[in-house]
Design a protein around this ligand. Sequence first.
Ligand code: FNR
Length: 381
Amino acid sequence: MLLKQCYNFHDFRKLARKRLPGPIFNYIDGGADDEVTLRRNTEAFNQCDLVPRVLQGVKDIDLSVDVMGTKLQLPVYCSPTALQRLFHHQGEYAVAAAAEKFGTMFGVSSLGTVSMEDIAQQFNTPQVYQFYFHKDRGLNNAMMERAKASGIDIMMLTVDSITGGNRERDLRTGFSIPFRLNLAGLWQFVSKPMWGINYVTHEKFSLPQLQAHVDMGGGTSSIGDYFTNMLDPSMDWDDVADMVKRWDGQFCLKGIMSVEDAKKAVDIGCTGIVISNHGGRQLDGSRSSFDHLAEIVDAVGDQIDVLFDGGVQRGTHVLKALALGAKAVGVGRMYLYALAAAGQPGVERALTLMKAEIERDMRLMGCHSVRELQRNHVRFR
Ligand code: FNR
């Protein structure tokens, strides 16, 4: 299968599976425990039907949205994800370049394999930095200062990961960070020559935080162990309120899954929240992100920008989330499979297809602008 034969999420996933060693593919693909929430995230969209209007004279379509002080030309953005250069040597550079081309934003992960400074200098996209709150307060302060100095527009603190989710696929495959070739997995790597050549012929990345983990005796471990050992489980609302004050700019909490927490985010001065369950990778058995969307928008949507991610594979999923009041919609695996499949051209093709789907669906819904999408455009079963 070739890139040009990819027409949807499932095609990119197939191609990524072919190209990546098993442990790496499963790291992207998997979720926590029995992966109930992972599946639910996408299934939830099927409980909600679109209600089209006809004869609306739809010629031009405006896909732009205003999010946390910046304008996006596409209502879809690339959610922050870790370790991208492990999936393809172009990693974050490819995703940032594609996001720039589509006029949307891309979040650099705290566990990114390219520095926030490099991305900020090279790309003219709204700059988002995803923050993990570490036990080491000095490291937290240093990361905040670096983010300020490099002109980050939106600080996005992930709050659903104070300990590692139970990702059993990673335990079975032996996926570890820093990444090591072990004997058991050697065949996997030999059998994926495209990935192997890419990996050995390009400059290796290093992650300072991961090195600190190794230096502290953590050695190589699953990503879940990294969270558990390095991130601060005692983080509370006071810590976050303090960060919001010190940041003094656009500040967003990623991983809000209740009305109560959404209201607290408003109270401490956040300017945005992302309804997200980390793509089903943390607490299994929680509701889908989509199931929370309407009630959270109803509670705080007029006071804070509500963003949304989890399970998005299709343009129609994006339309449903926007109709319920999301300001913009994040995608994770959708662009990661495309990155793994083909680097920058892969991510660009994934976003091209997504944009075309949204435009087509908007016409079929009789909408001129994504801002026109309202509750009367959907019905729940
Ligand atoms: C993630 N996600 C994530 N979130 C975060 O705040 N920091 C991170 O470093 C990562 N890393 C990461 C790696 C991989 C491989 C995946 C799949 C996900 C979660 C991500 O931002 C987003 O919330 C989900 O991916 C959304 O769900 P979908 O679109 O993947 O279903």
